[in-house]
Design a protein around this ligand. Structure first.
Ligand code: ZN
Length: 470
């Protein structure tokens, strides 16, 4: 018996959660949070469509919250087994899940305050989970190495390969018992999220020879990045134009991945003498902590970044860079006169300090809001990026007078050509490909492209759809 069910990131991007079942047990691939606006967020409170106490193991692809954020809830509803992740993912989870727990608590406090102010009953409001709940999940994580095969308690075997998406991100290879009519084993490959070619810090995603089944992300399944110029040059140009106006460049950025990739480029510009006297602030305690983890793990760096390190140059440290953690220092930035660069989380402007920076800067025509990552539907980031004006921040309306720019190349996600190249490098998929982690149109479009290339067995699963595999 071999079954697979898609309980998240099916015809949408967030909430990655796939259940693999054999006669020997059940393994959950990722346990991610649904993100993108308050209504979607409420879906995280729904019960899991399986019994968590029956799971053999949880296997994580990488530390992003849309792949890990419901782990605390899994424990609260009866899961007692191990959680496997690469060593660096385990370290990042310690930072990111704790942060997620704090955000849940703050959201609940904020809601209670608002309801009380309106004279309404607030006794029913509970955080989705707390920081303490999150740390219990973190303590359950078993760190594993890349490129080594591990036995999964009678269920099968697990090997992690580099995905190049963020620090520690993995392509997951599972070997399990066969289907109904077969005793042969089957290899299931889960791409997790795939990185881009030519990233400054991380290498390109690795491939694995001809799996039986493939679960593949499709975030940019219908999009080709248009890069008219080098990413570093474009960044320099935007900073210079904004500085000439006396303005600030505000960069909403995921604390993990994008922030470090942007810093690496700024490092090149500053140390190459091409960008001077523009201070750079990273205003996110999490980005700061993650930047330090990055510096400790050169083994996952790209060739170029390792070469720099060998010459004694830290790729994420340069004159003029300030890493900010305290709330006081963060608030002081509100009164800062430009030019300056402020990088802050969250990347899609849904939470965190970036909302304060937008509030204080979005209506000033001298400033630039620079997007460097994917903006999901229904998020503040997507609204701003697509030209909505005015926008609502913390319940008030703000005119969008700042210049709005996007640099595509900093995305941590492979684009269409890169997805196809990775797929081709597998040398084919023996039985069936399932496309996940993409908005419906993107997944369907990639499915068409794969079929055009002669891959007939391609499926875009519906949410919660289950397949019996052979
Ligand atoms: Zn990711």
């Amino acid at each position: 018996m071999l079954k697979i069910a898609f309980h998240g990131a099916a015809r949408e991007v967030t909430g990655s959660c796939h259940l693999i079942q054999t006669a020997r047990g059940k393994v959950l691939l990722d346990c991610g949070m649904v993100q993108g606006g308050p209504e979607r967020h409420e879906r995280n409170r729904e019960a899991f469509p399986f019994d968590p106490s029956e799971l053999t193991a949880v296997v994580l692809s990488h530390a992003h919250i849309d792949h890990t954020g419901r782990l605390p809830l899994l424990l609260k509803t009866g899961y007692e087994g191990p959680i496997f992740a690469t060593e660096t993912t385990a370290e990042l989870c310690r930072i990111m899940l704790a942060d997620s727990g704090r955000i849940q608590e703050e959201d609940a406090e904020w809601k209670i305050k608002r309801l009380k102010k309106e004279g309404l009953d607030a006794s029913w409001v509970r955080p989705l989970y707390t920081e303490e709940d999150a740390m219990e999940a973190v303590d359950r994580i078993h760190p594993l190495d890349f490129h080594r095969e591990y036995a999964l308690d009678g269920f099968g075997a697990l090997t992690y390969h580099l995905a190049g998406h963020i620090l520690g991100a993995a392509v997951v290879e599972l070997t399990v018992g066969g289907g109904e009519k077969s005793t042969e084993s089957r290899r299931i490959l889960f791409s997790g999220d795939l990185g881009v070619e030519g990233a400054r810090l991380l290498g390109p995603p690795e491939t694995v020879d001809r799996p039986d089944y493939l679960l593949m992300e499709s975030t940019y399944g219908d999009r080709q990045r248009v890069e008219t110029m080098d990413r570093t040059e474009e960044l320099l140009q935007i900073v210079e134009e904004t500085s000439d106006r006396g303005g600030k460049v505000i960069i909403p950025s995921f604390a993990v991945g994008r922030t470090q990739e942007v810093l690496a480029r700024l490092n090149d510009l500053v140390e190459g003498g091409r960008l001077q006297s523009v201070p750079v602030y990273v205003d996110s305690p999490m980005a700061t902590a993650v930047t330090r983890v990055f510096a400790m793990h050169p083994e996952v760096f790209s060739e170029e970044a390792r070469r720099l390190l060998r010459t004694g140059d830290e790729p994420l440290d340069f004159p003029g860079l300030r890493l900010i953690t305290s709330v006081r220092d963060s608030m002081e930035l509100n009164g800062l006169e430009g030019p300056a660069i402020i990088i802050s989380a969250s990347g899609m402007c849904t939470a965190g300090r970036i909302k304060h920076h937008l509030k204080h800067n979005i209506s000033d025509h001298r400033n630039t809001i620079l997007f460097v990552g994917y903006q999901a539907e229904h998020t503040l980031g997507r609204h701003i990026q697509s030209g909505t004006d005015p926008v609502r921040i913390f319940g008030s309306w703000f005119d969008v007078n700042a210049e709005i720019r996007t640099i595509e190349g900093f995305s941590a996600h492979a684009d269409l050509d890169e997805l196809l190249a990775w797929y081709d490098a597998l040398g084919g998929v023996k039985r069936r490909t399932f496309l996940v982690h993409g908005e419906e149109e993107a997944s369907l479009s990639l499915a068409r492209r794969l079929r055009e290339r002669g891959s007939e067995a391609v499926t875009v699963p519906e949410p919660h759809q289950e397949f019996v595999l052979d």
